[in-house]
Design a protein around this ligand. Structure first.
Ligand code: MG
Length: 395
């Protein structure tokens, strides 16, 4: 027991809320107590592909979240670059920390809107697990290799991982996630049909909001851009004002204040707009809200300011000389590994040899490469291409 934490000193809940809170140890009661009518309730889930017994104390989306967290694809996010590579320093985001930022921001929004935080977290943790090594450069290179097979999409590959390639103690493949989590990830690919669940929309918003802010932070910290270049951008001005950032402060303090405010000002805007929209929908369930095509978004002025920031990042950061070098290296490694394995499929690890018989050699090689971390891909490149060893190692 922690000697500094004395649970006896905690206030004893009184009144109705106290009684309700005690009852809410059951996840269904808890959801009934905390969620808005238009949230996605676990009790209304369409279930899983392979039927399972309910868990004694975890709801379906909690179980999804936990399965994703314990998957090997999730752990490999720590070895995948977001925008900047591992040899550019230790300050910047990896795909794992980006994912955690998205989950945190999305849960903050979801909690205020009284949406299902477990579903939100599951969706956030899974959203980027399909990224191949070397970020978007790796994705483009793999897309080129698989052009005749319909290209490569990290969003689709996330589904391949959780439905086929991940293995657990169960007799069936994959994580057997709830339909709502799979549909939410699928929406990232198709982007059509009815409006997605509000939880899906919140994660999507949190994703773009997180990466715009942290890419500014990382690019400044790495010296790829200078603060003065940002000052003309409307969203940056708005954030500096919002955070009452002193421009006389040392550069790192300005940077940190700016990034904090960029997130804060956008989250506040999303919340303000969403609460306005959702107020009218009190009493409706998640399905009706979808049928009404309810959309959560930034307000128009902020959406256009964010566009301006995104364009700035595209021109000045994502196309920076340092990243162009990475791009070329990534393209060469992915392409040469792909060609070598395509010509010699028996070099693949056994389960990908099996997979090749089901989906064909190019797609099997593509999924083997796509699951790699950056450093594992570097290693395999050295082994298979530079040293000419005969077998590839499974990840
Ligand atoms: Mg993302």
């Amino acid at each position: 027991m922690n000697p500094r934490f004395n649970s006896a000193s905690l206030p004893i809940p009184r009144g109705d809320f106290g009684r309700d809170a005690a009852r809410a140890s059951d996840w269904k009661q808890r959801e009934a107590l905390l969620l808005a009518s238009y949230a996605m309730f676990g009790r209304d889930s369409k279930g899983r592909r392979y039927a399972e017994e309910p868990h004694p104390y975890r709801g379906p989306f909690q179980r999804d979240r936990d399965r994703i967290l314990h998957s090997s694809a999730f752990r490999r996010l720590s070895g995948k670059m977001q925008v900047f590579t591992g040899d550019m320093g230790d300050y910047h985001r990896t795909r794992l920390t980006h994912t955690q930022e998205v989950a945190t921001i999305a849960r903050t929004i979801g909690r205020v809107l009284r949406l299902n935080e477990d579903l939100i977290e599951a969706l956030a943790l899974v959203h980027d697990i399909g990224h191949p090594p070397y970020g978007h450069s790796g994705e483009d290179a793999l897309g080129e290799c698989l052009r005749d097979q319909g290209g490569f999409s990290h969003n689709r590959f996330a589904l391949t991982l959780v439905e086929e390639l991940e293995t657990r103690y169960t007799p069936y493949p994959g994580l057997n996630l709830s339909q709502e989590v799979l549909a939410g990830q699928d929406f990232r690919i198709t982007h059509d049909g009815a409006a997605p669940l509000l939880e899906v929309q919140v994660v999507d918003l949190a994703d773009s909001l997180a990466y715009n802010a942290h890419d500014v932070d990382d690019a400044l910290a790495l010296g790829l851009i200078q603060f003065q270049q940002l000052q003309g951008l409307e969203l940056v001005q708005r954030a500096l004002e919002w955070g009452q950032t002193s421009l006389n402060a040392p550069q790192p303090a300005i940077r940190q204040s700016l990034v904090h405010s960029l997130i804060d000002v956008q989250v506040a805007d999303v919340l303000e707009r969403s609460l306005e929209v959702l107020q009218e929908l009190e009493g409706l369930d998640s399905l009706s809200v979808r049928q009404l095509e309810t959309t959560l978004s930034l307000s128009l002025p902020l959406a256009s300011e964010r566009e301006q920031l995104a364009q700035f990042l595209f021109d000045n950061v994502y196309r920076h000389d340092k990243l162009i070098t990475v791009r070329k290296m990534a393209a060469t490694r992915v392409r040469r590994l792909f060609e070598r394995l395509l010509a010699n499929p028996s070099m693949l690890p056994p389960r990908f040899v099996d997979r090749a018989q089901r989906v064909g050699v190019p797609l099997a090689v593509g999924s083997y490469l796509a699951g790699m971390t950056d450093r594992f891909c570097d290693q395999q490149y050295r082994q298979l291409i530079e040293l000419g060893q005969p077998t590839a190692v499974d990840w």
